[in-house]
Design a protein around this ligand. Structure first.
Ligand code: 11C
Length: 355
């Protein structure tokens, strides 16, 4: 049976991505699109400008934006609420929804590091979903909260997972080149960074460093423990790219790879064992795609690989300073790094009878 779903924060960039992925989803019936008072009362198609393809999905003309209201969500018997809310609003609204029996799949950064809240990048740590049983017991909720990782973290950890499984990772240094859409910069405001790079993204480096260790951590005795044996250092930067976060990644490994061909094989054959065979509609056929051309991946050419759900890796080479390897990685920040991973999490929750 289809689950009834809502999007909270439906008019922002991530909200629009949620809309495009949910409006014709085989398992989900998109019933409510909610946003602030400013957009309430408008037909959805009239309020969106950024990511949605033209022609807009039929639902965009059928649904009217409603003001965010917990009672309406409860009354409409929504099973799953996808949220793209600012962290402050999410902190208030999401626990109340979970208390009322709604399953929340949230892109907001609030609560991501709480030990009984799963921070899911399904091909990497789908098993962490089991913490929901403890979450429900601890907090007395009938619903639940599952979090989507920070966009850079989702892309980075998907590229690291095959390496970690095969060789063991000791240290990661990452330098990012992040797209404008990650900052919600549309239209004129994005022009402020034309011919420029902004070498600071508030809170991003801390998120990458902590969230990566949670995603690569383990579920033990009802909580998720950070992986403290992996050190992560990030430097994050905004560049004049519309969509797609790129990063130069330097990794110290425990075990020495035989050669670069072996590493390419390990990455390309990464089989996302955690969700394999579940038939999740949004899962890409290949979570990690390797490009051999020296000038790839590039955002404009490669960000839609696997419908935006694959991470594309290139320029894999030995790094003698790190006693390991270095490579370049790219992922679609609003799909793999946000709404796409959110929908994949919801599919996993349905498959596990948790939503
Ligand atoms: C950016 N990564 O590109 C940010 C946006 O942790 O969900 C997403 C912030 C987050 O600026």
């Amino acid at each position: 049976m289809k689950r009834s779903v809502a999007i909270l924060g439906a008019t922002g960039i991530v909200g629009q991505r949620f809309f495009s992925l949910l409006s014709e989803h085989p398992w989900f019936d998109l019933r409510l699109v909610m946003a602030s008072e400013r957009s309430a009362g408008k037909i959805y198609a009239e309020s969106v400008k950024w990511v949605l393809e033209k022609p807009l999905p039929k639902k965009a003309y059928e649904l009217t934006i409603e003001q965010i209201d917990i009672d309406t969500i409860t009354r409409e018997k929504i099973d799953i609420a996808f949220t793209a809310l600012p962290a402050d609003a999410a902190k208030e609204i999401e626990p109340e929804l979970a208390r009322r029996g709604i399953v929340v799949v949230s892109n907001a950064s609030s609560m991501r590091l709480e030990p009984d809240i799963p921070l899911l990048n399904p091909e990497v740590n789908a098993d962490h979903i089991d913490v929901i049983e403890f979450q429900r017991r601890n907090r007395g909720w009938n619903g639940a909260i599952a979090k989507v990782p920070n966009c850079t973290t989702a892309i980075l950890t998907l590229s690291l997972k095959p390496l970690h499984d095969e060789y063991g990772i000791k240290r990661v240094v990452v330098s990012t080149m992040q797209a404008l859409s990650g900052a919600g910069l549309t239209g004129v405001p994005s022009m402020f960074i034309l011919d420029n790079i902004i070498p600071y993204i508030e809170g991003e480096e801390e998120k990458v460093e902590a969230e990566s260790r949670k995603i690569l951590g383990t579920l033990k005795q009802g909580v998720i423990e950070l992986n403290n044996s992996i050190a992560v250092s990030a430097s994050c930067h905004r560049v004049m790219v519309l969509e797609g976060h790129s990063m130069a990644v330097f990794v110290e490994l425990e075990k020495k790879p035989r050669d670069i061909e072996e590493i390419i094989n390990v990455m390309e054959t990464f089989k996302d064992n955690k969700i394999k065979g579940l038939g999740l509609p949004t899962a890409p056929e290949k979570p990690v795609v390797v490009r051999r051309e020296v000038d790839r991946p590039q955002p404009r050419l490669d960000r839609l690989e696997g419908n935006g759900m694959s991470v594309v890796v290139g320029r894999i080479r030995e790094d003698k300073v790190m006693n390991g390897i270095k490579y370049f990685a790219l992922g679609h920040n609003t799909i793999r790094g946000a709404a796409g991973t959110g929908v994949l999490i919801a599919e996993l929750l349905v498959k596990k009878d948790l939503a």
